[in-house]
Design a binder for this molecule. Structure first.
Ligand code: ATP
Length: 235
């Protein structure tokens, strides 16, 4: 469903992506791995329209979306959960979720979507009227994912969902991603510095290093590849 070809993205003179190809199948979970500065965040920002690429192409379901604006990409079915969570801390849990659903202009979905998010993330149901600033790191991550899901995406881009979380919380969140994929057929692109966490849930994995793709394989095979692990994942 997503095809990235020869993608180049830069911040001034710094080439953060230098000709990256990526193919993501509908309904799959693809992990994007690599050490700090490999270009993982930049790849997500380019796909969600936040950073216009210098060259290359991005296609969603065959449609060229390389030059689309972020808000149009949300309507086309791409939701992005940025690193650092991106919830609005002054608003309550429910208000944050409703904001995510505004894109849909669909009152019936707003109701069923909210109920669905509270079912997926029970801690959010208990805290539905609390301001987001009172949430723990794990709950904020759940809220950020819930908010993105309220836009009913076909493709969810997740930037380091396990960052800064206790291993148990990270594992719970990852397990929820798997449930989501199984229940809804959602396609996921999951950026992680923690390769073990990501590989435990992904079908495929790509490894970036200095803006280039250095590995692209079945997740289980990549997990067993000592050479790739030593060279690119233990930074
Ligand atoms: P991290 O996990 O640290 O976010 P990453 O793999 O996501 O790493 P990117 O954030 O995509 O890597 O960064 C890729 C390269 O682009 C790095 O060399 C980084 O220093 C540079 N870079 C990222 N953001 C900016 C920016 N806003 N301005 C200038 N250079 C940037």
């Amino acid at each position: 469903m997503l095809e990235v070809s020869e993608l180049v993205a830069a911040y001034g003179p710094v080439r953060a992506l230098d000709g990256v190809d990526l193919s993501v199948e509908r309904g799959s979970i693809t992990a994007v791995l690599g050490v700090n500065g490999a270009g993982k965040t930049t790849l997500l920002r380019a796909i969600s329209g936040l950073l216009p690429p210098k060259a290359g192409a991005i296609r969603l379901g065959g449609r060229d979306i390389t030059r689309e604006q972020p808000e149009d990409l949300v309507r086309l079915g791409i939701a992005h959960v940025p690193e650092g969570r991106g919830v609005i801390v002054e608003l309550t849990v429910e208000e944050n979720l409703r904001l995510g659903g505004l894109w849909r202009r669909d009152r019936a979905w707003l109701r069923t979507g909210l109920a669905r998010m509270f079912e997926l993330f029970p801690p959010l149901a208990q805290r539905r009227h609390q301001r987001a600033e009172t949430l723990s790191g794990g709950e904020r991550q759940m809220l950020a994912i819930g908010r993105a899901l309220m836009s009913r995406p076909e493709l969810l881009l997740l930037d380091e969902p396990s960052l800064g979380l206790a291993p148990r919380t990270a594992a719970q969140i990852v397990a929820t991603l798997r449930t989501l994929r199984e229940d809804t057929g959602l396609t996921l692109l999951l950026v992680e510095q923690n390769a073990a966490t990501a590989l435990s849930v992904a079908d495929r994995a790509v490894v970036l290093n200095l803006g280039r793709k250095v590995a692209d394989d079945d997740a289980a095979r990549l997990a067993a590849d000592d050479r790739v692990r030593r060279a690119y994942l233990e930074g």
